[in-house]
Structure formats: structure tokens, C-alpha cells
Design a protein around this ligand. Structure first.
Ligand code: CO
Length: 134
């Protein structure tokens, strides 16, 4: 498996609009995309820094895993996503090494990426996503 860079850092927020003054006004980043991912029940907002994005995640339903995360742990860093060159191969490889997977197959994420989550039990409690640009 070859990870190329940190693709994004996912941050759980209650309300994207309320966070824009911080990211845009104070940090001077530009929100270039706001997108709803229906099957994950989240609205996402993206900021680019070098090769890396900040991805704000706002729940669109109380059933959303992001809503549950905020309820339990409050707003804040939710996951880290590493870019890999071949996602399917990477998953097979680390699964064979004993890493527990949440997603055993790549699925569609925001921004047209293929994504898969690793289980926090195998990653020192850091929710970790691998993703690939198709
Ligand atoms: Co993500």
C-alpha cells in the first residue's frame, strides 16, 4: 500500500454556516464546494490547503453517524483521510495484515472519491478513511 498524502481531515460540526466565518474570515481559506452526500446523511463543505482539504461534516438527519458522534463527543475532529493509489488493493492488503475494516469494499464519497473506513479498534481510536481519486 502506498499512501500519497493526507487527502482531508473531517471535522464534525452542528452547522456549516456558523463555522464559515472562522475558516474563511479568520483563516482566509475559501470554501469551494458544499455538497450533500445523501447515503451518509451529511452536508459537507470543503476548503483546500496545499494538497489537503478540510472537510466540514454537518448531519442532515438525527440518524446520521455525524449526529451521533456530536451527541457523544461534541464537535471537533472526526476522521483523517489518507489518499492511496489503489483503494481496493490497499483494503485487501491491510485486511490481510489484521486491520479491521468498516468498509470491506470501496464506496462513493463526496467529491467523486472512492472511500473506505478502517475500524477505530485497529487504528488507535482514530477513525481513518482511505480514499482514491478514480
Ligand atoms: Co472523509
Amino acid at each position: 500500500m502506498e499512501l500519497t498524502h493526507i487527502e482531508h481531515i473531517g471535522i464534525a460540526v452542528k452547522n456549516i454556516e456558523e463555522q464559515l466565518p472562522y475558516y474563511e474570515g479568520f483563516l482566509g481559506l475559501k470554501c469551494y464546494n458544499i455538497e450533500t452526500v445523501e447515503d451518509q446523511k451529511v452536508k459537507t463543505a470543503f476548503f483546500m490547503i496545499g494538497q489537503t482539504k478540510i472537510e466540514l461534516l454537518e448531519p442532515t438527519s438525527e440518524e446520521s453517524t455525524i449526529a451521533k458522534f456530536i451527541e457523544k463527543r461534541g464537535e471537533g475532529i472526526h476522521h483523517i483521510a489518507f489518499a492511496t493509489k489503489n483503494l481496493g488493493e490497499s483494503l485487501r492488503e491491510i485486511e490481510a495484515k489484521g486491520v479491521r475494516l468498516i468498509d470491506t469494499q470501496p464506496r462513493a464519497g463526496a467529491e467523486g472519491l472512492n472511500i473506505a473506513f478502517l475500524h477505530p479498534k485497529s487504528t488507535g481510536s482514530v477513525l481513518t478513511e482511505l480514499c482514491e481519486h478514480p
